[in-house]
Write a protein that binds this ligand. Sequence first.
Ligand code: ZN
Ligand code: ZN
Length: 350
Amino acid sequence: MKGYVFKGDRVVELVERDKPTVGPGQVLIRTKTSSICGTDLHVYRAPAATVGSRGVTISGHEPVGEVAEVGAGVAWPAVGDRVVGYHVAGCNVCKFCQLRRYKECPHNYSAPASDPQRIAMQENLDGSNGEYILLEAGLVLPLPDEFTWADGSVLVCNFGTAYGAVRNAFSFPGGTLAVWGLGPVGLNIVLVARAMGMRVIGMDVSAGRRGVAEAMGVEVVDGAQGSLTELLHSMTDGEGPDSIIDTTGVGSVHEILVPTVKRGGTVVLVGLGHNTSVGPVPQAVLRQVTIKGSWIFDIEDWQPMLEFVRSHELVDLMATVDKVVPIADFELAFEEADQALAGKIIFDWA
Ligand SMILES: [Zn+2]
Ligand SMILES: [Zn+2]
């Protein structure tokens, strides 16, 4: 089977591997689509000296495809089923994994590198940019026929992350939500929040991205201008938005989240950034601000999320996708995505 590996310094290698052997409790998926996500670009751009095991495992974390084989003891799925893969793997043993709450597993991606049990897709578990991907059955989720393979690519990461973030930020229908950063995740947040009847204010430094958000019917603010806090307050009767979701991960943005949100409001952190801090604490205490971290979506939210998309015509999963290209264009597409101005690019493996 073919697969794509990031060697660091923007070098991509097409490798030939044996098809994985399916063990008990495992599912082998034949890839139909894979895709480029912001986190993939971090690995793609990383200096070769720092990529470590990521320079060996197959890249990608958005598995979508058809079940090719199942191991002993797997009751669902069956060969031929359309599925996606949840990319936060766990140890499969701890009390959180028993409940499929892999995000809380102490050995998942968030574990320190020194943990010998640590398990992380793209690091010691092959990812989705390969002809096949082998996953534990607990990580596999159904993709109903009415959703295309490309829909699956959006649902399983960017849209799912957006849905999870809005769940965490939710104030009430008609409430005001500010979304900072209008990349693929930010724009999906706009879609979800608009469909939920919220007033949405989008912020980004890119005029192009603001234009896309504006076309979705939301107010936009140029993130490059100073005094964002005053501006947001002036747009909300001097109070600030009921909630703010940050997808930028940028330190200067993190610093003004607490002073900008409404008293008693909620700040949701989605963008990882580089060890920045959210401050200032006295304001968080005295303004009674809730601060939440939000990482993709909860597995039990998968079916309600599909129902939400089905029942809201406003939600167009392809709205944030630039194009679907043949997998042979992998390197070219990464060079393009590296410019950071495009929407999502999806690879067709058919
Ligand atoms: Zn992703
Ligand atoms: Zn676990």
